[in-house]
Write a new protein. Sequence first.
Length: 494
Amino acid sequence: MAGDKTRLSGSALSRLQEVVGRDGVLSNTAELDAYVIDWRRNFSGPTDAVILPRSTEQVAQIMRLCTDMNLPMIPQGGNTGQSGACVPLKDQGCNVIINMSKMNRIRAVDCANQSVTVDAGVVLQAIQECAKSNGLFFPLSLGAEGTCQIGGNLATNAGGTAVLRYGNARDMVLGLEVVLPNGDVWDGLRALRKDNTGYDLKALFMGSEGTLGIITGASLKLFAQPVEKAVAWVAMPSLQHATDLLARFRVEFESRLSAFEYVSREQLDLVLRYVPGQSDPLPDKSAGYLLVELSDTITTGTLDALLQQSLVKAMEVGQVNNALVAASHAHALSFWKIRHSVSQANRSHGVSLNHDVAVPTSLVPAFVKSATSKINKAFPEAHVVTVAHLGDGNVHFLAIFPQAFWDALHDSKAYAKQVRQLVYDTSMEFQGTFSAEHGIGQSLTTELVRYKSSIEVGLMHQLKKAFDPLGIMNPNKVLTGNPPSSHAKGKASN
C-alpha cells in the first residue's frame, strides 16, 4: 500500500502541482490507497503521487517533468485490468501514477463517417451510449464497461463478447493521439479507413500496456445499430458439440452471429450458488451451455424464428440437448447476467487462478480435456471451471482452490506458478497462446520470455528502447531485464 510519507521532494511535487493544480496531485496515504491496488486485489505497490491531468497538454508537461527527473510513470485508466499493468510493483521505488479519469470528453461525433473522437479517460459505457444516442453502435463490450476507460481498453487491446463479429479493440480504432515519454505529442487522430502512408504507428501502442507512451485520445469506428436480436440459452452434450454447432451457425447465419459464449456446468453451478437472484434457465443439467446471439441492422421479424428452427434441427440430430430462445429483451438480459456474473461467483468460491488462453477454435475441446485431466491429476484440490468466448477460441480456464487449503500452503506463489505453467504449457501444445485478452502486465513477464522466441522478445526490447530510452514508462511491465543476446538462438515461434 502507499507509504505514510511521500518520497518525492516538496519541490518536485510543487512542479507537478504547477501543471495540474493542487487538487490534481494526490500524495497522502488516504488518497493514494484507491489507486495502488487492482480491482481483483492481486497486485499492489507504493506510489509517491497520483497525477490527474485534464488535457493532452497537461499530460505532455507532466511527462517532460518526469523525464527531467528520471521519474518512472505508471499510466492508469479505470484500474480494471487483469494483469497488474496499471498499478505499481511492490518494489517499484519512487514513481507517480498518471490517472486519466479527468480526461473524459467526447470530442466529436461524425455520423456520416461513422466515427467518434474521444479523450482516453472516457468510460467505455459512455461511448456506447453516445453512439446509441446518435443512431449508431460501438460494439466493444465487457464486464467492466461501466468503469473501464477507453485508453486502457486500447492499451491492453481488450477483447470482450463481441470479438466474433467486430474484432478486438484494435480493430475498432481509426487513429490515436499519444504522448511519448519525452513529452512529444503524436497527433494521429485521422478518422480514415484507408491510410497507406508508411508504418502503422497506432498499432504499436494498442496492446503495449502503457510501456511506450500514454494514449490521450482516440478516433473510433462506429457501426450501424442492431435493431433486431435473437438470444438463446442452449444446453450442450459436450464442448465438442458446441464447436460443431459454431461451425454450423457460421455457415447459416454468417455476420448475423454476434456472440457465441460457452459456460461449463461447473461454472453455472457457482453462479447459481453465489450470485443472488440467478436461476437455471433450463430444467435439466447438461455438460455445458451456450449463450448465442444473432443481430441484424434491419428489422425482419424473423431472427427468433430462424434461431428456433436451427436449434430444433440441432436437437433432432442430438447436437443440442435443450434450448430456450429469449421471449423478451429482459429475458435475454437475464441470460447475459449469468455470463457477466462468473467473476463474482468465482471470487466467492475461493482462490481463483484464471488462465486467459486461446487456441484454434477447432482445438478448444481437446485443450480443455487435456488441461482438465492434468490439473485433476496434479492438483486434486482444484475445482476446474471453464468459460469461453468460443467464437474466437479464447478460453478462461480456471482452477479454483478452497481458501483454507490456500492459506495453509507454505508457498502459495510457487504453487500458483506450477498450476499456471501446466495450463500454459498445455495451451502451447495446442498451437495456442498464454494471454488472449488480459495482456502481460506484471503477472506474465516470465511467461513472455518462456514462450516467445528470442527474436520476438529482442524486437520488443528494441521498440521499448526506441520509444523509452530511459526506461521510465511503466517499467518492468510486459518486458523485464535485458534483451536476449543477439547471438542467442531464436526459438521456433509458437
